[in-house]
Design a protein. Sequence first.
Length: 127
Amino acid sequence: MALSGTSYLSGLWPPFSAAVRYLQAYCSYYNLEGSIVSGLRSNQEQTRLYAQGRTPYEVAHQVSKQGAGGSVTDAPAGSSAHNYGLAVDVEGRDQARIIALAAALGFGTVSWDPAHIEWPNWRALLG
């Protein structure tokens, strides 16, 4: 497949996993190359990623950095679509084209995060 990384589909919410497989089929059709590099994350993993590129003060005060200073995510544990199996991250040669295709297909994206694809309006699923 042109969009590899199917191991990261394990643990995703089944309708989201099916939608990502649909995206993979489109990528194959358009010969777009990339890899899914992240899917479901535990709260512990999210906490570790959130702390990257932040001082203890910034972590405690949940300072938004939008990728600046080596930060990886602006979502603390429990507030990321990844924690609920509702997001994947994509990297690779055609990353920007894959993200644009995902947006055209109705996936949610984050303007400052060039790798992130999520179920649209995912917070509404949580109640």
